[in-house]
Design a protein around this ligand. Sequence first.
Ligand SMILES: Cc1cc2nc3c(=O)[nH]c(=O)nc-3n(C[C@H](O)[C@H](O)[C@H](O)COP(=O)(O)OP(=O)(O)OC[C@H]3O[C@@H](n4cnc5c(N)ncnc54)[C@H](O)[C@@H]3O)c2cc1C
Length: 349
Amino acid sequence: MLIREQVALAPFTTLGVGGPARYFVETHGEAEVIEAVEFTRSRQLPLFVLGGGSNLVVADKGFAGLVLKVAISGSSSFTPPHENVIFTSGAGVNWDTLVAQTVDANCAGLECLSGIPGTVGGIPVQNVGAYGQEVSQTIREVRVLDLQTLEVRTFSNAECGFAYRASIFNTTQRDRYIILQVSFALRRNGKPNVRYADLQKFFASRTGNPTLAEVRAAVREIRHRKAMLIVPGDEDARSAGSFFKNPIMPQSFFEELLARLESRGLQLPGYPANEGFRKVPAAWLVEHAGFTKGYSKGAAGISRRHALAIVNRGGASAADIIALKDEIQAGVLNEFGIELQPEPVLVGF
Ligand SMILES: Cc1cc2nc3c(=O)[nH]c(=O)nc-3n(C[C@H](O)[C@H](O)[C@H](O)COP(=O)(O)OP(=O)(O)OC[C@H]3O[C@@H](n4cnc5c(N)ncnc54)[C@H](O)[C@@H]3O)c2cc1C
């Protein structure tokens, strides 16, 4: 295990901003993860666990502790009698590589999550979701290292406390566990999920049901159009994905706002959330607060193809990104009385 010093973190993130890690280590197995944690204990250093860096904004001053990159590889699958197919992957495996393997094996459940950057270990953290699927629907177990006891344990799906963009790993038990391995229960020869509007539109002119592989290709194509697929050189894809969560509000607040906006000729979209709550698209709020696609503030900007993606147009600092985030949050608060919550994790601030 090689612990390096003063390692630039920007290249380990999709947004490409931020300063160095005081210490940096890549861990390829569970024993190395424990060894790295012990290194932080012996020097009383803060620890940050890094996956694919696709949901992060790292501060310009960097991180004054150990950044532990989880690089545990390996994937396998087996089919217990009369059950779903179980896919198990190391936390360091590239997420989209795993999705491709499951689709190639004609197993349904992850196809709509094609093209999302990051690692297998990163996806349970915010219960990654897109195009009508969330990983909480198929995660079977999550194997973790408990940083309080240094013991390895396995959580069932129910124990992960999944909700919209949330799990115990980013709420009640934040920073307590390092995810080592994740397993999924998928349906062999299952039908793909094409309930999401964008996908239905994509396949509208087609007769017969699309295959899993076709849905995977469609999702990647739709993502590409929105610059939500990372393509080298595509400046609109130099982001941390959607920068704000879709706000969930009490029905009464929603109705009041709806009426107020109707009198201004605006139709506020809203979708059912938990009972008595509505979810409103953050992208609509951002655009109607005056932050249109392509908006720029120095080297930071809003993607020309997606209103929720803050992008690094080249040479942006973390401070530039945060200044734009603050401006958007203040604009939406002023216009609609809603405080947008950032989706990416802020590191070293
Ligand atoms: C272009 C683009 C499109 C995106 N589209 C979507 C989308 O459609 N839906 C969606 O939900 N997200 C999306 N994202 C966000 C992001 O890809 C996901 O949140 C992804 O799962 C993050 O994984 P990561 O490995 O990159 O985690 P990182 O960014 O490295 O880390 C994110 C958080 O997870 C923690 N973490 C990472 N690995 C581990 C581990 N092994 N153990 C414990 N904690 C860990 C980190 O400490 C940090 O708190 C998108 C991002 C980009 C750049």
